[in-house]
Design a protein around this ligand. Structure first.
Ligand SMILES: Cc1cc2nc3c(=O)[nH]c(=O)nc-3n(C[C@H](O)[C@H](O)[C@H](O)COP(=O)(O)O)c2cc1C
Length: 146
């Protein structure tokens, strides 16, 4: 696919929700993370991925052309389905510059953070506003490293 030079210099982020396929396990999640880390480091992509209650919530950020290319791969990936874009925007700077792919899974310690941004007791990223999704990911990330 041809990639225009100007596209490669525009930084964008995309946040989406999806449903994991029923046979996706914690081991598969680790494989996805490893694949994401390897590819993203090579493609100038950074971001954050949450796996909880069979849902994924992910932000990817990087050159516009690479983010669009990854979107096609994600849509075609049979480990999840119903990919729904929550937000895309241009960035002045990256939010996740330190991570090829940061991540969070549910733990007793972070349960209250999921609830803080949810209207339902069960985590459901399809119900989150873009702002809530973003705040949730940042709080989970801060809590993990503190
Ligand atoms: C929830 C989820 C998140 C993913 N995140 C990334 C990612 O951040 N970067 C990436 O390259 N692939 C990611 N993948 C994998 C891609 O869908 C696709 O399998 C991969 O990019 C193809 O890589 P390959 O060309 O090296 O086989 C993710 C897959 C899933 C199911």
């Amino acid at each position: 696919m041809a990639q225009s030079l100007s596209d490669a210099h525009i930084l964008v982020s995309m946040t989406y929700a999806s449903r994991a396929n029923p046979d996706v396990s914690a081991k598969d999640f680790n494989e996805i993370l490893q694949q994401a880390n390897e590819n993203n480091a090579a493609n100038g992509i950074t971001g954050m991925l949450i796996f909880n209650k069979n849902y994924f919530l992910q932000t990817i950020e990087g050159p516009r052309a690479q983010i669009n290319r990854l979107l096609y791969s994600l849509i075609a990936d049979t480990r999840h389905h119903d990919l729904q874009i929550i937000e895309t925007r241009e960035l002045k700077h990256r939010d996740w510059a330190k991570w090829s792919m940061n991540y969070a899974s549910p733990t007793p310690a972070n349960a209250a953070i999921y609830l803080k941004y949810s209207t339902t007791l069960d985590f459901n990223p399809y119900l989150l506003s873009a702002e809530a999704a973003n705040n949730l990911m940042h709080e989970l990330s801060t809590q993990k490293s503190s």
